[in-house]
Design a protein around this ligand. Sequence first.
Ligand code: NAD
Ligand code: DAU
Length: 333
Amino acid sequence: MKLLVTGGAGFIGSNFVRYWLKNYPMDVVVTVDALTYAGNLENLSDVSDNPQYKFVRGDICDRELIFSLVKDVDVVVHFAAESHVDRSILDPGAFVRTNVMGTQMLLDAVKEYGKRFHHISTDEVFGALSPTDPSFTETTKYDPRSPYSASKAASDHLVRAYFHTYRTAVTISNCSNNYGPYHFPEKIIPLFITNLLEGKKVPVYGDGQQVRDWIHVEDHCRGIDFILHKGRIGETYCLGGDNEITNLDLTKKLISLLGKDESFIEYVADRPGHDRRYAIDFTKARQDLEWEPLITLDEGLEKTVQWYIEHQEWVNRCKSGEYKEFYAQQYGR
Ligand code: NAD
Ligand code: DAU
């Protein structure tokens, strides 16, 4: 099989490329990535000389490039996106361009050449839960509340529209918060680990009582594998980690793993429109695909902290240049 992986130089995309080449060494993986601030070729340096792997620098909105790449593969696995909620609050336009228009460009190419398309989406499209609400399922009503989640919701709707209108061979997965190696240090887990390693405080938004469900990126990649091999065309699958935890409790776990104390917590202004709770019910994936997450949060966090300890040069490079300017300008830190 020949796969086109969009956004393969980002966090989940690079973990997926590595996962696929390891588990399916006869397959060919072509990655297309624009290498925005979040994309990093270093994330793929350990596969760069694998003859089954090819990297193409490019934008998913570039029609000529995308049509030529899609024509030549069997399946498109679509990760490329603007992915950070805080940045979407500052600049929604970039999110509409890549997440909505970029997805539509890929769908046009997939439709033209009759290829299979798997769309990586998020649980954020379902909105926010109260503490007593049941978890999100595949039939939960869409209620996106940030520019990021609104752009992902729009892309999910387009994917389903191509299935219903043109019978394009699509599947969708809506996954909860990922963590693991190569996670860009702007999201809570890698930001907090790397700040603590640098002896800096960690900025907890609001009261820290917001709840997220955390899944190790390897479990997510395995879920996508199961959907590609066993999923039914036209279907959506929710993937989660079964690890609901408040941001404050998560922060305390990281502080303890890094041998620090709670004086490293700094409560800062809340994120505008901050969703209170996300939680995923993945019964459908468990029953139809026989998939479930295998890595516990404690085990995964310990491995992740160790990875960041061993990759401080990678972190320093991520946290320089555009990153430094962005944080100084937006947050004065
Ligand atoms: P990321 O920000 O780490 O990586 C995104 C990648 O897309 C980068 O390599 C970037 O260079 C590339 N990219 C951005 N715009 C592009 C464009 N116009 N053309 C080509 N490439 C472009 O993101 P991530 O956390 O790895 O997320 C990957 C996907 O998974 C996204 O679609 C996201 O919505 C979804 N998702 C993420 C999570 C999570 O917790 N991180 C959870 C559920 C779903
Ligand atoms: O739920 C899936 C989503 O998870 C993905 O679709 C997104 O691409 C991904 O970025 C992630 O979104 P979140 O907004 O949940 O992730 P983030 O790490 O930015 O924030 C997690 C929680 O931590 C959230 O409640 C906000 C809080 N937070 C975050 C940062 C960066 C803080 O308290 N302080 C921080 O500095």
